[in-house]
Design a protein around this ligand. Structure first.
Ligand code: 9YT
Length: 127
Protein backbone atom coordinates (compact mmCIF):
# COMPACT_ATOMS: atom_id res chain seq x y z
CA UNK A 1 0.00 0.00 0.00
CA UNK A 2 1.01 3.57 -0.62
CA UNK A 3 0.06 6.40 1.75
CA UNK A 4 0.72 10.10 1.11
CA UNK A 5 -0.66 13.30 2.60
CA UNK A 6 -1.54 16.49 0.76
CA UNK A 7 0.74 18.38 3.16
CA UNK A 8 3.84 16.35 2.28
CA UNK A 9 3.09 16.45 -1.46
CA UNK A 10 2.59 20.24 -1.38
CA UNK A 11 6.21 21.06 -0.67
CA UNK A 12 7.65 18.70 -3.26
CA UNK A 13 8.15 18.22 -6.99
CA UNK A 14 4.56 16.94 -7.10
CA UNK A 15 3.27 20.53 -6.96
CA UNK A 16 3.01 22.44 -10.25
CA UNK A 17 1.90 26.06 -10.42
CA UNK A 18 0.85 28.24 -13.35
CA UNK A 19 -0.81 31.65 -13.57
CA UNK A 20 -4.33 30.26 -13.20
CA UNK A 21 -3.91 26.99 -11.26
CA UNK A 22 -1.82 24.95 -8.90
CA UNK A 23 -1.96 21.18 -8.87
CA UNK A 24 -0.63 18.65 -6.39
CA UNK A 25 -0.07 15.38 -8.23
CA UNK A 26 -0.53 12.97 -5.36
CA UNK A 27 -0.55 9.81 -7.47
CA UNK A 28 1.26 9.37 -10.77
CA UNK A 29 2.02 6.84 -13.48
CA UNK A 30 4.92 5.36 -11.52
CA UNK A 31 2.47 4.15 -8.88
CA UNK A 32 1.32 1.64 -11.57
CA UNK A 33 -2.44 1.91 -11.03
CA UNK A 34 -3.52 3.01 -14.52
CA UNK A 35 -4.72 6.44 -13.38
CA UNK A 36 -3.34 9.50 -11.62
CA UNK A 37 -4.91 11.55 -8.81
CA UNK A 38 -4.51 15.29 -8.34
CA UNK A 39 -5.74 17.99 -5.99
CA UNK A 40 -6.02 21.10 -8.14
CA UNK A 41 -6.66 24.68 -7.03
CA UNK A 42 -8.10 27.06 -9.64
CA UNK A 43 -7.43 30.67 -8.67
CA UNK A 44 -10.38 33.05 -8.23
CA UNK A 45 -11.26 35.25 -11.19
CA UNK A 46 -9.41 33.12 -13.76
CA UNK A 47 -10.30 31.26 -16.97
CA UNK A 48 -8.21 28.29 -18.14
CA UNK A 49 -8.59 26.80 -21.64
CA UNK A 50 -8.05 23.03 -21.47
CA UNK A 51 -8.18 20.24 -24.03
CA UNK A 52 -6.97 16.83 -22.90
CA UNK A 53 -6.79 15.20 -26.31
CA UNK A 54 -4.98 12.16 -25.00
CA UNK A 55 -6.55 11.70 -21.58
CA UNK A 56 -9.93 11.13 -19.94
CA UNK A 57 -10.51 13.07 -16.74
CA UNK A 58 -13.03 13.20 -13.87
CA UNK A 59 -13.13 16.34 -11.74
CA UNK A 60 -14.93 16.56 -8.37
CA UNK A 61 -15.43 19.92 -6.64
CA UNK A 62 -14.52 19.93 -2.96
CA UNK A 63 -14.72 23.70 -2.35
CA UNK A 64 -15.40 26.96 -4.19
CA UNK A 65 -17.55 28.16 -7.06
CA UNK A 66 -17.15 28.30 -10.81
CA UNK A 67 -18.28 26.95 -14.14
CA UNK A 68 -17.07 24.86 -17.06
CA UNK A 69 -17.98 25.61 -20.68
CA UNK A 70 -17.71 23.01 -23.41
CA UNK A 71 -16.34 24.92 -26.39
CA UNK A 72 -17.98 22.90 -29.16
CA UNK A 73 -21.58 23.57 -28.08
CA UNK A 74 -21.14 26.59 -25.78
CA UNK A 75 -22.91 24.84 -22.89
CA UNK A 76 -22.06 26.19 -19.44
CA UNK A 77 -22.23 23.93 -16.36
CA UNK A 78 -22.06 25.41 -12.86
CA UNK A 79 -19.48 23.93 -10.47
CA UNK A 80 -20.05 23.87 -6.71
CA UNK A 81 -19.08 21.51 -3.89
CA UNK A 82 -20.44 18.08 -4.75
CA UNK A 83 -20.32 18.55 -8.54
CA UNK A 84 -18.49 15.96 -10.64
CA UNK A 85 -17.74 16.66 -14.30
CA UNK A 86 -16.42 13.91 -16.54
CA UNK A 87 -14.52 14.69 -19.73
CA UNK A 88 -15.51 11.44 -21.41
CA UNK A 89 -15.23 12.83 -24.97
CA UNK A 90 -11.88 14.61 -24.63
CA UNK A 91 -14.04 17.74 -24.54
CA UNK A 92 -12.30 21.02 -25.21
CA UNK A 93 -13.37 23.29 -22.34
CA UNK A 94 -12.97 26.56 -20.48
CA UNK A 95 -12.67 26.31 -16.71
CA UNK A 96 -13.64 29.44 -14.76
CA UNK A 97 -13.48 30.12 -11.04
CA UNK A 98 -15.56 32.93 -9.55
CA UNK A 99 -14.30 31.79 -6.13
CA UNK A 100 -11.15 29.72 -5.64
CA UNK A 101 -11.93 26.11 -6.57
CA UNK A 102 -10.47 23.05 -4.90
CA UNK A 103 -10.87 20.04 -7.18
CA UNK A 104 -10.02 16.35 -6.94
CA UNK A 105 -9.04 15.06 -10.40
CA UNK A 106 -8.43 11.59 -11.83
CA UNK A 107 -6.68 10.97 -15.17
CA UNK A 108 -6.65 7.93 -17.41
CA UNK A 109 -4.02 7.24 -18.67
CA UNK A 110 -2.05 8.54 -15.71
CA UNK A 111 0.01 11.72 -15.86
CA UNK A 112 3.74 11.08 -15.44
CA UNK A 113 4.33 14.26 -13.46
CA UNK A 114 6.32 16.29 -15.97
CA UNK A 115 3.43 17.67 -18.01
CA UNK A 116 2.37 21.27 -18.22
CA UNK A 117 -0.38 22.23 -20.64
CA UNK A 118 0.86 22.71 -24.20
CA UNK A 119 -0.24 25.73 -26.24
CA UNK A 120 -3.28 23.70 -27.34
CA UNK A 121 -4.29 23.06 -23.73
CA UNK A 122 -3.40 19.36 -24.00
CA UNK A 123 -0.84 17.08 -22.43
CA UNK A 124 1.29 14.96 -24.72
CA UNK A 125 0.73 11.23 -24.50
CA UNK A 126 3.72 9.52 -22.90
CA UNK A 127 4.24 5.87 -24.06
C1 9YT B 1 -8.86 20.84 -13.28
C2 9YT B 1 -7.91 19.97 -13.99
O1 9YT B 1 -8.01 19.70 -15.16
N1 9YT B 1 -6.93 19.46 -13.23
C3 9YT B 1 -6.01 18.58 -13.83
C4 9YT B 1 -4.73 18.43 -13.21
C5 9YT B 1 -3.81 19.58 -13.34
N2 9YT B 1 -4.09 20.44 -14.44
C6 9YT B 1 -2.42 19.01 -13.39
O2 9YT B 1 -2.02 18.32 -12.46
O3 9YT B 1 -1.72 19.28 -14.37
Amino acid sequence: MIVRTLAECLNSERTVKTETWQSVRMQLKDDNCGYSFHITTIFAGTETPIHYKNHLESVYCIRGKGEVETVEDGKVYPIEPGTLYILDKHDKHLLRASEELELACVFNPPITGREVHGPDGAYPLVD
